[in-house]
Design a protein around this ligand. Structure first.
Ligand SMILES: [Zn+2]
Length: 124
């Protein structure tokens, strides 16, 4: 089995390594998008400025908490007419901007909230 099938968006991120302890699994992933689009001028850029780490909660694996350490990237916009000099890449199928949880975890939590009807338990 290809380990990347475990990820929400294997076309945009890939697994570097797994780190586990008794209570959780940490999956270190990195972005692999070949080019990113400047959010201001919509021009593609591959001018990497730096990498930074985002820590995200993901769906549990068989009741074990799964956390992701995403090595995300910042790029420079090379369009001289653009006012956005540096921007963070977006991974819209994986995580929202500034979010601390993956999209699939947020969708699951939203479904649970609707199923519970805001009552906080399955018993009515
Ligand atoms: Zn730009």
């Amino acid at each position: 089995m290809n380990a990347n099938t475990l990820l929400a968006d294997p076309a945009a991120i890939e697994i570097e390594k797994f780190v586990s302890d008794d209570n959780s699994i940490i999956i270190v992933v990195r972005s692999i998008q070949p080019a990113v689009i400047c959010p201001k001028c919509n021009q593609p850029s591959n001018s990497l400025k730096c990498r930074y780490v985002r820590r995200l909660a993901d769906l549990p694996w068989h009741d074990v908490a799964a956390r992701l350490e995403l090595k995300a990237r910042k790029f420079r916009c090379r369009n001289e007419l653009c006012s956005q000099k540096v921007f963070c890449e977006h991974l819209p199928n994986f995580v929202a901007a500034y979010a601390r949880r993956t999209i699939r975890l947020m969708e699951t939590l939203t479904l649970l909230a609707f199923a519970l009807g805001g009552s906080g338990s399955f018993a009515h």
